[in-house]
Design a protein around this ligand. Structure first.
Ligand code: PLP
Length: 392
């Protein structure tokens, strides 16, 4: 792993475990100076030695060394070939859906992130893309929804916010038999717990704002693929939309990723404790958490993931309890987003799923008594004590 002479001479570190790969990235240290913290190349353009020559870097919208280190690291961790770092998760989704041509059909998870719902209904619908929102944890429903022109199945698993689990391998088989691709939004579990490409998916998408960044300090997105045609697609999108992640934010994500494995373990064990506590609280009517053995998709979870993550949703007895929780929690913050070191509580019906129509939310169970909590890496007893006093 020593003495790399140039930026293309990097190692995929196949001999190392995930944890070490997360710490050491692709090049890891910078090849020219040996800087252990990969530098932030805060430059828009690059000087050429002479006519017809390039260092490999020309203009940062196309390629920037810091972003490239991040993109390679993402590809290594997801066990893909090509990574792309976007200015947001939604920018990554926009780049993904332009894969579809007018008249083609996409199937998406029915309780999908509200912003992804909006992208599909308000933007791509206008360009003649057909879509259906289906419960992807129901394989028969998916089979019934596939049409000859279905070219993509877009999976969010576990889904946001109802924590339904979709069987990636089974859905990949259904899609591929129809000539369609499968994209998986892997935001909730990250490659530490779930590697969709190894299960047959064609594209992994992230809101890297969440666990990959991990510190509630950047807005970022990512896509990882193995296939060259898909890679060429993302490259053109990134270059054309100009939505690549900036050098500083790329560096912050690289820094976040160095502790991904440690953070995910703690999110996971904290969430198990909090979910179990919530379930026994008299004011809690239902807890949505994929780590419960009686979760309807528990077998699928155990088959395709190595952990449950840090996300819990729950329904309480009244809107008054909702108001009390959102107002009276002290350490826990009422804020949108998830996946950071701090525990955040969200009210999906007016926040993440604001743009999902009322009737759909009602049918799905995203009611006015429904909350979502992103369990941070604090002491779990402090999280529980804070919820307990707020719910008194
Ligand atoms: C937050 C989120 C998004 C959107 O990502 P941004 O980084 O906010 O653009 C997409 N999907 C899921 C599952 C998310 O949680």
């Amino acid at each position: 792993m020593k003495n790399f002479s140039n930026y293309n001479d990097y190692s995929r570190k196949e001999n190392l475990s995930f944890d070490s790969k997360a710490v050491h990235g692709a090049l890891g240290c910078e090849p020219l100076t040996g800087a252990v913290s990969f530098p932030i190349y805060q430059t828009s353009t690059f000087r050429h030695p002479e006519l017809g020559q390039s260092t490999g870097f020309d203009y940062s919208r196309l390629l920037n060394p810091t972003r490239q280190e991040l993109e390679r690291t993402l590809a290594i961790l997801e066990e893909g070939e090509y990574g792309f770092a976007f200015s947001s998760g939604q920018a990554a989704n926009m780049a993904l859906f332009t894969w579809l041509n007018p008249g083609e059909h996409v199937i998406l998870m029915d309780d999908i992130y509200g912003g992804t719902f909006r992208i599909m209904t308000t933007i791509f619908g206008k360009y003649g893309i057909e879509y259906d929102f289906i419960d992807l944890s129901d394989i028969d429903a998916v089979k019934a929804a596939v049409k000859p022109n279905t070219k993509m199945i877009f999976i969010e698993t576990p889904s946001n916010p109802l924590m339904k689990v979709a069987d990636i391998a089974v859905l990949a088989d259904i899609a591929h038999a129809n000539g369609a691709i499968v994209a998986v939004d892997n935001t909730f579990l990250t490659p530490y717990f779930q590697k969709p490409l190894t299960l047959g998916a064609d594209v992994v998408i992230h809101s890297a704002t969440k666990y990959l960044g991990g510190h509630n300090d950047i807005i970022a997105g990512a896509a990882v693929v193995r296939d060259e045609e898909l890679a060429a697609h993302f490259k053109v999108q990134l270059k054309s939309h100009g939505n690549g992640l900036a050098p500083m934010d790329s560096w912050l994500m690289l820094r976040g990723i160095k502790t991904l494995h440690l953070r995910m373990e703690r999110h996971n064990s904290n969430a198990m404790k909090v979910a179990t506590w919530l379930r026994n609280h008299p004011k809690v009517e239902k807890v949505y958490y994929v780590g419960f053995e009686d979760h309807k998709d528990y077998d699928v979870t155990c088959k395709q993931t190595t952990g449950f993550g840090g996300m819990i949703s729950f329904a309480v007895d009244s809107e008054e309890t909702v108001r009390n929780i959102l107002k009276n929690t002290d350490m826990i913050m009422f804020a949108e987003s998830l996946g950071g070191t701090e525990t955040l509580i969200t009210y999906p019906t007016t926040q993440t799923h604001e743009d999902t129509p009322e009737d759909i939310k009602e049918r799905l169970g995203i009611t006015k008594k429904f909350l979502r909590i992103s369990i941070g890496i604090e002491d779990p007893d402090d999280i529980i004590n804070d919820l307990a006093q707020a719910m008194k």
